[in-house]
Ligand binder design. Structure first.
Ligand code: CA
Ligand code: CA
Length: 118
């Protein structure tokens, strides 16, 4: 009967090792699947100067990333992307209707998007 107890103990140890492997490898594969990451650093409402160039900013080289610019850039890039949105109040001031590119009015999300609010 002692040998049966040892077999159960070994099986438990193997199961724990498998669980630990998953715990270590899962975050890496999740990050790789998220595409580009854009961090919003302005509460202004302004459009991306060039959606699809991989940079979310309101003028070339200014580094100002609005929520609207981040969404436009994420929409323009194929695959899922990530937007880091610091806790704040974001007021949409660009009026518009019947437009689905997030350039005016509401923020249209047309692609997979991870949204991290801080
Ligand atoms: Ca851009
Ligand atoms: Ca995308």
């Amino acid at each position: 009967m002692k040998s049966v107890g040892k077999v159960i103990l070994v099986a438990t140890a193997v199961a724990m090792a498998i669980t630990m492997c998953f715990a270590i490898t899962t975050p890496d594969s999740t990050v790789k699947a998220q595409g580009s990451t854009f961090t919003v650093n302005s509460t202004d409402d302004a459009t991306d100067v060039n959606p699809g160039d991989g940079v979310a900013e309101t003028a070339p080289g200014n580094g100002i990333c609005t929520l609207r610019a981040a969404i436009q850039e994420a929409n323009a890039l194929a695959g899922p992307d990530t937007i880091n949105l610091p806790a704040n109040t974001y007021t949409l001031s660009i009026a518009g209707a019947n437009e689905d590119a997030a350039a005016t009015g509401d923020l249209d999300i047309t692609d997979d998007l991870y949204h991290h609010r801080h």
